[in-house]
Design a protein around this ligand. Structure first.
Ligand code: URA
Length: 186
């Protein structure tokens, strides 16, 4: 498989300034998966640099989780024009990269419905599934998965922010080596 840096597997490559490769600890047991790079991320080449990133960074700091201790990525590595939601075709073209990134993790946190749909290959009703531990099989390995709200949802929704905070707390237990999808109290 080619590196995402010179990937041309879908049309998003034509509008990008930078491929937005994952950030954080490449060996982390925990991966956070967002939707897609926005304008800031496209300019800088790193995920979660804009307004959503600021929300995420603040919650991580408040919960005592260094951003550098996690692995942070997106369903697609190139910015969709006008920040639209990536299409099923674009996500499927990027899936080999995402699977490569996620296959060795212990916990995946899907940030928002788009990431959840991409990982679970089905529609997801966030209000019914938020922070409910489940698993996903990636390249034959069963990995714990928690679906939660995207940081952008918490701009105007305190409940979404609380849910994201709770997902960070779950992630923290995995970073500390005591995580287990069935022991999160849900
Ligand atoms: N920035 C990202 O990197 N991903 C998102 O989903 C939103 C903003």
């Amino acid at each position: 498989m080619s590196s995402p840096r010179d990937c041309a597997a879908c049309g998003l490559c034509r509008g990008r300034t930078n491929v937005v490769c994952p950030d954080g600890d490449p060996a982390s047991p925990v991966a956070f998966v967002g939707e897609a790079p926005g304008q800031k991320e496209d300019e800088i080449g790193r995920p979660f640099q804009g307004r959503s990133g600021k929300v995420l960074d603040k919650l991580l700091e408040e919960e005592g989780v260094p951003r550098s201790s996690m692995y942070i990525t997106n369903t697609v590595k190139c910015r969709p024009p006008g920040n639209r939601v990536p299409t099923a075709e674009e996500m499927s073209a990027c899936l080999p990269h995402l699977e490569e990134e996620l296959q060795e993790r212990r916990l995946i946190v899907a940030l928002g419905r788009t990431a959840a749909k991409d990982l679970l290959h089905r529609e997801v009703k966030l209000s019914e599934e938020v922070n409910r531990p489940t698993t996903v099989t990636i390249r034959g390995r069963k990995i714990d998965l928690v679906v939660t709200y995207h940081p952008a949802a918490s701009f105007y929704n305190a409940k979404a922010k609380d849910a994201l905070r709770e997902a960070i707390r779950i992630a923290k237990t995995y970073l500390e080596g005591r995580g287990n999808a069935s022991s999160t109290g849900n």
